[in-house]
Unconditional design. Structure first.
Length: 131
């Protein structure tokens, strides 16, 4: 079923959600800035609204800086990144995304109409830990 706000959802998000539904394993844990959108479009879990305060704090650290220990504690396997979120990240997390020790880009979709925009999915793995 489609979410109530599906008609207002950007096409890039719809297409990325469809790709995730088909290509990512069931019960995958995805870090996403819009924690309502991904479950609705892909059926995957975004660990944002967790009752335990310590985990909400972990989510905030993961979201704001791609904090590696927080991603591990939340058992994140994928990061759904929008251009807007990427533009707001400080430089250190942007550098992490380029480091294949931690992240591998597995999906990318872009649009230039009416403005330049894109969506990406990264697989999170910490090769230092043998993940």
């Amino acid at each position: 079923t489609r979410p109530v706000y599906y008609h207002e959802t950007p096409k890039l998000d719809k297409d990325a959600g469809s790709w995730m539904r088909v290509n990512l394993p069931d019960k995958s844990r995805v870090l996403a800035e819009d924690y309502y959108l991904i479950p609705e479009l892909s059926g995957l879990f975004v660990p944002a609204m967790i009752p335990r305060y310590s985990l909400r704090e972990e989510y905030t650290r993961a979201l704001n800086s791609l904090d590696l220990p927080s991603l591990q504690r939340l058992k994140i396997k994928y990061v759904y990144l929008t251009k807007g979120w990427y533009d707001r990240l400080p430089e250190p997390p942007k550098a992490l995304l380029r480091d294949s020790t931690y992240f591998k880009e597995i999906f990318s979709l872009s649009s230039s109409s009416p403005i330049e925009d894109w969506r990406k999915v990264y697989q999170f793995h910490d090769r230092r830990l043998g993940q």
